[in-house]
Design a protein around this ligand. Sequence first.
Ligand SMILES: [Zn+2]
Length: 192
Amino acid sequence: MVRKADQSSSAIKGAGACLKTCAPNPSPVCVKNCHLPTGEGTVDVMWQVASVTVPMSRVELIVNGEIRESVAVAPEEGSGHWSVKVDKSSWLALLVRGHCADKPEIIAAHSSPVMITVDGSRMLAAADAVTILEQIEGTLAYLDTVGTRAEDVAYKRMRLVLTSAHRTLHIQMHQLGYYHGHTPVEDHPEHH
Ligand SMILES: [Zn+2]
């Protein structure tokens, strides 16, 4: 079912003012996380950007790490609106590109994510899951090799936090069928 943001459901109304970023530099971000009761909803994304430093070129909507919308914007200020269909728990963020004269385009600003939770749908994007898993593995490797060794109890406690987070995430990734690689040490039969 598609529900419009202006319908009377309070949950959807709450989603109306979800993503509102004020200015890329500095970047005060006024955001509001939302919750959709079930199924599919539409979230109104309203944005406004201004810059006194790097001239802006584009504004993009990032949904779960991927570009969903992209529009050209005037160098100093701009605003816009998107209606975004959300059918699973997602995070949304606004990315502002820009460049100074004769310089390549850069990411001039990036808002914090706005979390949209949908009942019955876990907040776990495939791309994020792989990155987080790799970061946990990297942190474990750091702890075991170059990191300053803490006293034994603290070291074991830190290691336990990391290994249990890794296990939890890894199990979820298998349940959701998210592809991921393994180091030979951590390989396991489910991948073959
Ligand atoms: Zn696995």
